[in-house]
Design a protein around this ligand. Structure first.
Ligand SMILES: [Zn+2]
Length: 581
């Protein structure tokens, strides 16, 4: 194909974790072609500088080498050439997360955003991708396969096709021999690809539960025909699940989602109960699938055309992540995968996290969204004191919006109507050529049009302001009673973890007992009143036996020096609990 960019990928050095990529550019820019690597991956909002993994790069034209020069952190420029140019580079890939690229002796997984250079100015051309087959490994991706007519019978390669660069990099690829399972939902084939240590994992149970989630979300957005929207981009939807105890998270794509989760969250063959940890996998599946509508198709304006070499700030992440976090559990409840009691306890857990984040009094939800790039994604020991999570607070505010819409409309409308309105007005034709994004300015209008409720003051108070959330009132609409319980147990107001024989004070919460007593983040607590500290459960039981009003002599190591602090344990730990009414 003349008017296309040809990418060829080869797994090049398994023990060294390297791929080799060759790009053939038929018509390079006459003034010197620029090639750029994204510096971030859509869905994970921070600069990651993927270009740093390119180790060597060459360009050739007409059989001889031509000059290629780095011109900024993410881009290279090739000397002028009137003839087609081939660029070849070796790229290191040992990122175990869902955000980058990886290869070892059992599997390869990569995102195009950290693998393929963009040909600047030609990003709207078709892309052909051929991947060299390896061992007896299989390949899994929702990237469309190239029609047989274009394949020159070369059995050494797998062939794929995309309409443009943006599409090429939004279909992650897994190669290896994972456990697999399929089901159909909304007329589309769904594949579950389970990589990592999947020994005795009950993939059939995951399959059945994932199908329930998918069916209910497809029906939510298309209640009449119950057709999934994915045929705008692929013939399938894939859940890539990598079992890895060192990471927990997911990343959404237009027709797939990549999940990484510990084995303790997966159901084992023969297990009848629903282990509490398994709910975390169901939440993740539900969350990432919902994103296929909300953020992959219904988008904030700034994400219509990503600028892949710089931060793309939006004050609306609280909508796209907060609403998604709210609905991830709503769908588990609606499908019966969790009961009301479990649902209420999940909400309660979020409320307790929010209440124990002093940063909620400093950063608004809009600021939290906008600053995700430099603050939420770059958290340190002081983050709980200085920022608020647009996931946690965003999901509680979504509950609040749902609550007031239901209350003021006498249950005629709900947040469901807002999301569905967004879908029909902004999302359903996104990959069919009609690209419209949501801006900050039209959110109140969207809610008004879809529910007839004016939420201007709500948004002003809870999104752009720091007004305390009336969570108790909101929950009453759902017949959940929130109560503040005094545990009567003393607390240091610190986030702690076990380290060596002591307890590491990771975060000292502002204005708490530890803060007021002079303890610092990084202190290693080793003894209380001369007795070696009990460091089980990350320090949860270190003050067992103490009562409110007691004094304790706390001994810590700080910068290798022993220090003592006399602490008055005059405050108790207070937590919220929920009851169904
Ligand atoms: Zn998300």
């Amino acid at each position: 194909m003349e008017k296309s960019i040809n990418y060829q990928l080869e797994i090049f050095d398994i023990p060294g974790h390297r791929y080799k990529v060759q790009i053939k550019i038929n018509k390079p820019n006459q003034n010197g072609q620029i090639l750029s690597m994204p510096s971030w991956i859509p869905g994970s909002y921070t600069i990651r500088d993927f270009s740093r993994n390119i180790e060597t790069i060459y360009a050739r034209s007409n059989g001889s080498n031509i000059n290629i020069k780095k011109i900024n952190d993410h881009s290279w420029k090739i000397d002028k050439s009137d003839n087609p140019v081939t660029v070849e580079y070796v790229i290191y890939a040992f990122d175990k997360s869902v955000r980058g690229s990886y290869i070892d002796d059992e599997r390869a997984f990569f995102n195009g955003s950290s693998m393929f250079l963009r040909i600047d100015g030609q990003q709207d051309l078709n892309c052909l991708l051929q991947i060299k087959k390896i061992n007896n490994w299989n390949i899994y991706t929702s990237l469309p396969t190239l029609e047989a007519a274009y394949i020159n019978e070369d059995k050494q390669f797998w062939f794929y096709y995309s309409k443009c660069y943006d599409e090429l990099i939004d279909h992650p690829i897994e190669i290896g021999n994972p456990k697999t399972s399929i089901f159909f939902s909304g007329g589309t084939m769904h594949e579950i690809i389970l990589s990592g240590d999947s020994f005795r994992i009950d993939i059939n149970r995951i399959n059945q539960d994932a199908k329930k989630i998918c069916d209910s979300q497809v029906e939510f957005f298309d209640p009449i025909d119950k057709i999934s929207p994915f045929s705008d981009s692929s013939d399938r939807f894939i859940f890539f699940i990598n079992i890895n105890s060192n990471c927990h998270g997911g990343l959404e794509h237009r027709t797939s989602s990549a999940l990484c989760i510990g084995k303790e969250c997966l159901p084992m063959i023969g297990e009848k109960e629903t282990p509490e940890k398994y709910i975390e996998l169901l939440e993740l599946l539900s969350h990432e699938y919902f994103h296929a509508w909300l953020i992959k198709r219904i988008k904030p304006e700034i994400f219509i055309d990503y600028k892949l070499q710089e931060s793309n700030q939006t004050s609306l992440l609280w909508v796209f992540e907060g609403f998604t976090s709210y609905y991830e559990d709503i769908f588990l409840l609606r499908t019966g995968l969790i009961n009301r009691n479990t649902y209420a306890n999940i909400i309660c857990k979020k409320i307790n996290i929010l209440i124990n984040s002093p940063g909620r009094k400093k950063q608004t939800l809009a600021q939290s969204s906008f600053d995700a790039w430099t603050r939420y994604y770059k958290q340190d020991e002081n983050s709980p004191n200085s920022i608020v999570s647009y996931y946690i607070k965003g999901s509680i505010v979504a509950l609040g919006l749902d609550s007031i819409i239901r209350k003021q409309s006498n249950e005629r409308y709900s947040l469901d109507d807002v999301i569905k309105f967004m879908w029909y007005k902004y999302g359903c034709n996104f990959y069919k050529g009609i690209k419209r994004g949501i801006s900050e300015d039209n959110l109140v209008e969207i809610i008004k049009k879809s529910t007839n409720i004016n939420t201007g003051i709500f948004i002003e108070n809870y999104i752009y302001g720091l007004v305390e959330l009336p969570i108790q009132d909101w929950l009453m609409q759902f017949k959940i009673k929130l109560e503040l319980i005094d545990t009567e147990k003393p607390t240091l107001h610190a986030k702690t973890s076990s380290k060596n024989n002591g307890i590491l004070l990771e975060t000292i919460l502002e204005n708490g007992i530890a803060h007021k007593s002079g303890l610092s983040s990084g202190d290693l607590l080793i003894a209380i009143d001369g007795i070696m500290v009990d460091n089980r459960n990350n320090g949860a039981s270190m003050l067992n036996g103490y009562r409110i009003g007691d004094h304790a002599n706390i001994c810590v190591f700080r910068n290798n020096k022993l220090k003592f602090f006399n602490i008055h344990l005059d405050e108790s730990e207070k937590i919220y609990e929920v009851k169904l009414i």
